[in-house]
Design a protein around this ligand. Structure first.
Ligand SMILES: Cc1ncc(COP(=O)(O)O)c(C=O)c1O
Length: 655
């Protein structure tokens, strides 16, 4: 019996599901795709093998994602499709606020929680409005980092007991717009990112006669961790040093505005995976708060910034795509540590602010892409070519015949050696194309045989080579989307997102695949997939058949929407917003349907004028007609098709 000599570290649970020859159930699918681990109670697999969403967890209905895709299709919106489950935003806002309120009452903390949603994490009006509505009972506010975001916030914000926190670098106009908010009675905090901003705020406030509310961003020495850790530490782009903080107090004292200093802020980076790092930063920042209070500044708010993470890979660890704590633990640790330092220093407890955006919006949107077809592996070469048996072919065949009798690793090593030999011979001109095609074909046939046998072995006996071989044997599924438009953080930062077929989960996935997008760029692919132990570079999938095969990319609600770019001029994707409604027969309805960008829209963004383009093509058609190269009727049809094509969407569309 074929066997391997050494053990592997790969996860038993998932590999067992994958390789087991026993019958397949949706439970196996859940284990394989780690749905319970990253899904956080919002995602499940039903008995028909469909992915479902519970936007309110146990408190509301369940939605079959495939049915939403079909309903959108019926309205003319094909994949790629971004589905927003708006009720989930309510659930997340409530969960965050309730976690802080529970921690506050448990600790008998004297301050209140006044969280804010950082608009930059998802600026879409419908998303921000939903969050503002959900946050009203908690006086949940908004955070902005630029003038456009401030203008958006001033229009959407109506609860004067909630905050608008103004971060980011500021010019005079930014400051004036924020002071306009103060005049309207809003609690607008201008957070100084650098010393000169304080001087500017003081002078403009005096000029317009409005008492400003000033915050200061601290440059803590506590540093974050993970992909966004550069936001903190002594070399950070933002924030004031201790010396500069003292200068702020002097400037305010001189201006007679000591009471304007209302808030201390810090931000150690997004997606902080380790709670210990957060605790350390909180304690350091609270010391600053306490010392400033003792100097006589009536600071009311301590703003702990963002950082609350999402468990994208479901590992519950300190890996960059995960977190080793829950929202409740996060809130308790902040409340506890702030109270502890304040009590030690004998200063009043501040009101607490957090700027958690990722944790509020990441879950609510799912990108659904359709696998269009697969790129065949090399080697499906014509097997019926008659040719004299070449030494290479004979050796390959012998390896294949002996696979069952030898250790698999040995067969694999021999196989690789023959492949190298055949490549050398080709380079020396000793192999013609037919023979090369045949050796490649046989190589892959034998490789697949080795892989099939390996899959029957105990998973602990799988060596590294099999992982490498599996990668080489993986199919490429071409999916109708652009990584650069819809998953920029994966391309730029290797951020992980769970990818799962949204249907057919009652069927064993028998293929190993990598997903490639339709851009003309070899980087346009999903190159890493979540896995129980570590990342994986292939994903188990079902063979593509004549029916549409849909894959969901989950937890995409934070940052991806707005950061996407127009590489290859693939524009925004179709979008639907889903609301639960028990009165509807299916338990939900699609409220907003936003068609993706048209070709003329994306061309407009790079300075093309559609009318001028049509005129130019018309001139060419006219010339061709004049020269008798095309008939007038064909020319008119051509022009009509060109104009109609400009109104089409940018992604592939199968009529
Ligand atoms: C100042 C500030 N606040 C809040 C956030 C949002 O943080 P998170 O992504 O952890 O929700 C960011 C993002 O980096 C930020 O720069």
């Amino acid at each position: 019996m074929a066997s391997f000599g050494r053990a592997s570290v790969r996860s038993k649970e998932r590999e067992a599901a994958e390789f087991s020859l026993e019958s397949w159930t949706v439970k196996d699918a859940k284990a394989m795709y780690l749905v319970d681990r990253w899904g956080g109670g919002y995602f499940e697999v039903n008995e028909n093998g469909d992915m479902t969403v519970l936007p309110l967890m146990g408190r509301g209905g369940k939605i079959v994602i495939r049915e939403v895709v079909e309903a959108a299709r019926a309205k003319g919106l094909a994949c790629p499709l971004l589905i927003r489950f708006q009720d989930m935003l309510h659930h997340r806002v409530r969960a965050l606020n309730e976690a802080f309120n529970a921690a506050i009452s448990r600790k008998r903390f004297k301050g209140v929680y006044r969280g804010v949603f950082p608009i930059k994490v998802n600026q879409l009006r419908e998303v921000v409005e939903e969050i503002v509505n959900a946050g009203r009972p908690f006086h949940y506010g908004l955070e902005v980092g630029s003038k456009p975001e401030l203008f958006a916030a001033l229009s959407l914000h109506t609860d004067n007991d909630s905050l608008i926190i103004c971060n980011g670098y500021k010019d005079d106009r930014y400051i004036r717009a924020a002071l306009l908010g103060r005049r309207l009675g809003k609690t607008v905090m201008l957070v100084a990112e650098k010393l000169s901003e304080v001087e500017k705020i003081v002078s403009i406030a005096k000029e317009v006669g409005i008492e400003p509310m000033i915050g200061v961003r601290l440059r803590l020495s506590s540093k974050g961790a993970g992909k966004w850790s550069e936001s903190s530490g002594s070399a950070a782009k933002f924030g004031l040093s201790t010396e500069e903080l003292l200068q702020v107090t002097a400037i305010l004292r001189e201006a007679g505005m000591e009471s304007a200093l209302r808030l201390l802020h810090f931000h150690i980076g997004s997606q902080v995976p380790d709670i210990l790092i957060i605790k350390r930063a909180i304690r350091e920042a609270t010391r600053y708060y306490a010392k400033l209070r003792k100097m006589g500044h009536p600071i009311e708010y301590l703003d702990v910034g963002g950082g609350l993470a999402i468990d994208y890979d479901g590992s519950r660890t300190t890996s960059h795509s995960s977190m080793n704590y829950s929202i409740r633990e996060y809130a308790r640790d902040i409340v506890y540590n702030v109270a502890d330092v304040c009590d030690e220093e004998n200063v009043p407890h501040p009101n607490l602010v957090s700027e958690s955006g990722r944790a509020v919006v990441a879950h609510h949107s799912v990108l659904v892409v359709e696998a269009l077809n697969t790129v065949e592996k090399p080697g499906k070469a014509p097997a019926n070519i008659a040719m004299e048996e070449h030494k290479l072919l004979r050796e390959l065949r012998e390896i294949g015949e002996m696979v069952e009798q030898r250790e698999l690793a040995e067969s694999w090593h021999d196989l690789v050696q023959i492949r190298e030999e055949s490549q050398k011979m080709f380079e020396l001109g000793l192999l013609d194309l037919q023979l090369k095609a045949r050796t490649e074909g046989l190589f892959w046939e034998v490789a697949e045989r080795i892989m099939r046998l390996a899959s029957q072995l105990n998973v602990n006996d799988l060596p590294e080579e099999m992982i490498e071989l599996r990668r080489e044997l993986a199919d490429q599924y071409i999916c109708n989307f652009s990584v650069f438009q819809s998953l920029l953080d994966h391309w730029a930062l290797q951020a992980m997102f769970p990818v799962v077929p949204i249907h057919r989960l009652d069927e064993r996935p028998t293929a190993r695949a990598r997903l490639a997008d339709i851009t003309c760029d070899s980087d346009g692919k999903i190159s890493k997939y979540i896995h129980q132990d570590d990342e994986d570079d292939t994903l188990p999938l079902h063979p593509v058949n004549s029916r549409p095969y849909y894959l969901g990319v989950f937890l995409t609600g934070a940052y991806q929407d707005i950061m996407g770019d127009l590489h290859n001029l693939f524009g925004r994707v179709n979008e639907v917003h889903v609301f639960l409604d028990p009165d509807e027969p299916c338990g939900y309805y699609l409220e907003v349907v936003i068609p993706g960008s048209s070709i003329s829209e994306v061309l407009g963004m790079v300075q093309y004028d559609t009318r001028e383009m049509v005129a130019r093509v018309k001139a060419q058609v006219d010339a061709a007609i004049k020269q008798d190269r095309i008939k007038p009727s064909d020319g008119m049809k051509l022009l009509e098709d060109y104009e109609k094509g400009l109104r089409d969407q940018t992604y592939l569309y199968n009529d």
